[in-house]
Design a protein around this ligand. Structure first.
Ligand SMILES: *Cc1c(COP(=O)(O)O)cnc(C)c1O
Length: 404
């Protein structure tokens, strides 16, 4: 056997040891311009890449990280990802992935009921989950139009474009939710997309609209996991949807690329987006061809933490966002865009001239920015359970000019 394909314990241990080395002062990328003729060997390649790959990345689990929807990942997912990479199963073929396919089905069966859905499948992200759901809506409900709020994720307009559907963007209300008053009366040919946790603001669209259109799709890419927590009521009405998208690589702390598309009637929805025949023993469901055992890391995390462990971490993230909100609300130099709904806090200095100044003072990776109605706002996202809110507050205070 070619030993490059065998378990090399020393090599793998070295890879793990490199993970705890400090590469923060590593130089920039020094890669050969041309594809090398002769390889340097696996150990040398690892050592030469470590400073760049490990030292060159944003650390999503560090105390100041509170800017994006990308969470740190638990170590059990790193271990299972290693197994996945070594096995390289293809879930397209039951023969190469007998157990991994069952694991995906089990994970989906565990999670779908939280959303009132009866099944679905995994996708590499909610971009593909949204596309798959709207594809199914087109086949099953004959929709010709997609309606979503201005605050909806760009993947909704993208899906409408790919599927040849008209796209209607409705204005937002003052909180960043869909303005229900603007909804057309005839929804018989429409897929209505309700967002749970708008990417910019975390706003939840009015879920009392669910079920009014020929197809209702809930884009819960960000806030979906709240259904597993004491905040489940924030998404009340989601169970009236026909399909739901949830990104597990956001608030379920999974490595990319991991998401779910869930359906109320999975058998019919899957049949509408399946192709079979020739070399395939089972029909190919959805957008992807070959795809990996993403479900195994999610399954491992859910087994390791249980529902309680997941809920506790999401609720802790919500607490962090509430503490930040409380500070921002009491400092008269700052304004909040709207009451945070799902762990996303949008704010800025009242004095517009201070926006760039404050942004420059804040540690990189602590705060992102977003444009709403032409204005620039700061955005904090509670995806990191290890974030230190006192430190963030101290940094914000330090960035503001001294009170006179
Ligand atoms: C992140 C996000 C998406 C896209 O999901 P990916 O997993 O990045 O493909 C879609 N909708 C909303 C509301 C999001 O926040």
């Amino acid at each position: 056997m070619d030993k490059e394909f065998a378990v090399d314990s020393d090599g793998l241990h070295q890879a793990v040891n490199l993970m705890s080395r400090d590469f923060s002062n590593a130089d920039g990328l020094a890669l050969p311009i041309e594809l090398p003729q002769i390889g340097m060997g696996s150990t040398a390649a690892l050592n030469s890449l470590a400073p760049n790959i490990l030292g060159g990345a944003a650390l999503l689990g560090e105390a100041t990280s509170f800017a994006h929807m990308d969470p740190p990942t638990p170590w059990i997912t790193w271990a299972v990802s290693l197994w996945n990479a070594s096995l390289n199963q293809n879930l397209l073929h039951p023969a190469t992935a007998p157990v991994a396919r069952q694991m995906e089905q089990r994970v989906v069966a565990w999670l779908a009921p939280f959303f009132g859905m009866n099944g679905g499948h995994m996708t590499p992200g909610s971009t593909v989950a949204n596309l798959t759901a709207l594809w199914s809506a087109r086949e099953r409900a004959g929709i010709t139009q997609v309606i979503a709020s201005e605050g909806a994720h760009l993947s909704i307009a993208k899906a409408a474009h790919i599927l040849g559907l008209k796209y209607l963007s409705l204005p937002m209300d003052a909180n960043g939710s869909m303005d229900a008053a603007q909804l057309p009366t005839d929804l018989s040919k429409a897929a209505l997309v309700l967002t749970a946790g708008a990417t910019s603001t975390g706003a939840i669209d009015p879920f009392e609209l669910a079920g009014r259109a020929a197809w209702t799709h809930v884009d819960a890419a960000w806030a979906g996991p709240l259904r597993l927590s004491k905040y489940a009521h924030l998404l009340a009405g989601v169970e009236l949807a026909d399909s739901v998208a949830v990104s597990a690589h956001k608030w379920l702390f999974q490595p990319k690329e991991s998401a779910l598309v869930l359906f109320k009637d999975t058998e019919k929805a899957h049949a509408a987006v399946s192709f079979g025949g020739a070399y395939l023993a089972a029909p190919n469901v959805g957008v992807l061809g070959s795809h990996g055992a993403t479900a195994t890391t999610l399954l491992a995390t859910l087994l390791a933490w249980g529902l309680q462990g997941v809920a506790q971490r999401i609720e802790h993230c919500m607490d962090l966002s509430h503490r930040l909100r409380d500070f921002l609300a009491t400092d008269e130099r700052l304004e909040i865009y709207a009451e945070p709904q799902t762990g996303i806090v949008v704010w800025r200095p009242r004095d517009e001239n201070l926006v760039e100044h404050v942004l420059q003072q804040l540690p990189v990776g602590s705060t992102s920015t977003t444009a709403i109605a032409g204005g620039k706002w700061f955005r904090n996202v509670a995806a990191n359970p290890s974030a230190d809110i006192d430190l963030l507050i101290a940094n914000i205070c330090g960035a503001l000019p001294k009170r006179v």
